[in-house]
Write a protein of this length. Sequence first.
Length: 302
Amino acid sequence: MSFEAIVIGGNFAGLSAAMQLARARRRVLLVDAGAPRNRFSEASHGFLGQDGQTPAAIMREGKRQLSLYPTITIRQGKVVRARRDGDAFIVGTEDGGEERAARIVLATGVSDTLPEIPGLKERWGRSALHCCPYCHGFEVSGGKLGVLANHPHSAHSAMMIPDWGVTTFFTQALFEPDEEQLLKLSARGVRIERSPIVELLGDNPKLEAVRLADGRVVPLDAVFVAPKTAMASPVAEQLGCAFDDGPFGPIIRTGDNKETTVKGVFAAGDAASAMHNATLASASGVLAGVHCHQSLVMQSAA
């Protein structure tokens, strides 16, 4: 067996998991498809020691540091299949290659599906932002901000945003706040707009205003939206991992040790968490790597 563990995914979670295994002097293969979810963002924020760095720069430096460990192998490629083979796993890439390992760490991430509104996709990660304001809220603070309702928890997001600027909650005629939510939104100074946004306006990627279904144009500097998510890779399903229903899409089910329902398979990052944040992804990768190593130790001691 060439490797003791294969880490699938080279973003914050995968790099952090691979680092723990490499420091434990285990033979590790990291396979990275090079299409991280955060590739549309100009900078990563709130990540201690990395605030304001581009995601690409953080990952590039992470790979450089990781490559200094003698037991790590880093490959560019896309894993398209995986299966159990006795006490081990076989992982296949789209170029036809296969590798075998005793353990797998899934850091495969999720893909986003945005509402079909002209001008939204082009501004994603710039002036159209993920509904979590801790990542990019400070950079648009003081401006005219909007929250686009596209899921039942959108009203909760709208209650948060006024700490960063004057906020309008666009119900999109889909998610009308209940009486309690209306009272809380009012207490937070949130304006309710029931005419749906039909277009984002401005010199892309800048947002200057939104056009509503009734023809009005409302000035806006940034809009927060929670995209629906799906697994970015079929590998977890191929391996038989169980999923939970998250607020935006499916989540790989893991225990406190980040092991999935398939023994020997661990998962970390956005694919295995309802909360999506660079620091949390890295931390979950550390946990997955540490517990993956400990499972290898326990196996050899049995």
